[in-house]
Design a protein around this ligand. Structure first.
Ligand code: NAD
Ligand code: ZN
Length: 252
């Protein structure tokens, strides 16, 4: 493999360089230890249903109903989930000034619940609902309850009949530009990027750590399986996200 695969013992976060700007980039794999299946787990809600694309959602009431059914089922896992040692360790590092913040592909909100302050959610959040017609936003829970009870897609109380959608980025929907730009800037300025629990095959998100590496940052990958960026990484740490982060923390 030609990479370091052991845990570091340096005084800075992994790699041995005295990193000044450290960014953590996370994917679904950090939350599997909190009971939320990742994208590719067999039997998970993601593999059970077909994808409702954004344009379908916009134009078809039937597609909106299908979407709400899927999201309501997925909500059960989200609502019950609590941050694990991985989320907690990252939050602790931010509090101590060791990391600048977290860029996440996750929509589960567990970084914030763990205490992370500066979190860039590239794919939005499943903890809120937004109106596509007037931008009204609200917490998701009461609307999921309403859908479960009535089996009818809730309409926007602000503009009357606006289309309500979870505040996540669907397939075919553009990523929030400002968030993406900030994340890109963080990666360009980082001298160390630690990615945790991401297959790094979903673009444009995966392009961020790649851009950071190409502009001179070190890249450390923590993941159970191979990723799309193994070839360019400075260090691969295979295995459990939670165990790896806790071990790094203990070594600091
Ligand atoms: P992914 O499913 O493509 O990859 C997750 C990676 O994490 C896999 O390579 C897997 O081997 C690894 N992994 C899983 N559990 C692990 C563990 N405990 N320890 C170490 N490695 C582990 O996820 P992705 O790269 O984030 O991309 C999937 C897309 O799906 C994202 O866009 C994301 O928005 C969405 N998604 C989000 C959630 C969530 O918010 N928790 C859950 C599922 C999917
Ligand atoms: Zn509205």
């Amino acid at each position: 493999m030609g990479k370091h695969t052991c845990l570091p013992t340096s005084n800075s976060l992994p790699t041995g360089c005295a990193a000044k700007s450290v960014v953590v980039f996370t994917g679904a794999g950090i939350s599997t230890e909190s009971g939320i299946p990742d994208f590719r787990s067999p039997g998970g809600v993601w593999s059970k249903y077909r994808t409702v694309y954004f344009d379908e959602f916009c134009r078809s009431a039937q597609a909106r109903h299908e979407y709400w059914e899927q999201k309501t089922e997925a909500h059960v896992a989200f609502a019950a989930a609590e941050p694990n040692i991985g989320h907690q360790t990252i939050a602790k590092w931010e509090e101590k000034g060791k990391v600048r913040g977290v860029i996440t592909q996750n929509i589960d909100g567990l970084h914030q619940i763990a205490g992370s302050q500066d979190v860039l959610e590239l794919h939005g959040t499943a903890r809120e609902v937004t109106c596509l017609d007037c931008d009204w936003r609200a917490p998701v829970d009461p609307l999921v309850v309403q859908f479960r009870e009535t089996n009818e897609v809730p309409l926007c109380p602000e503009c009357g009949d606006g289309r309500l959608k979870h505040a996540t980025v669907s397939f075919g929907q553009v990523l929030p530009e400002e968030t993406l730009n900030r994340a890109h800037q963080w990666c360009l300025e980082a001298d160390l990027i630690i990615t945790v629990g991401s297959s790094l095959v979903v673009y444009p998100a995966a392009g961020l750590p790649e851009a950071g590496k190409r502009s001179g940052g070190k890249l450390v990958l923590i993941n159970r399986d191979e990723t799309g960026l193994d070839m360019i990484a400075d260090m691969l740490i295979p295995g459990s996200c939670g165990e790896a982060l806790a071990a790094i923390d203990a070594a600091l």
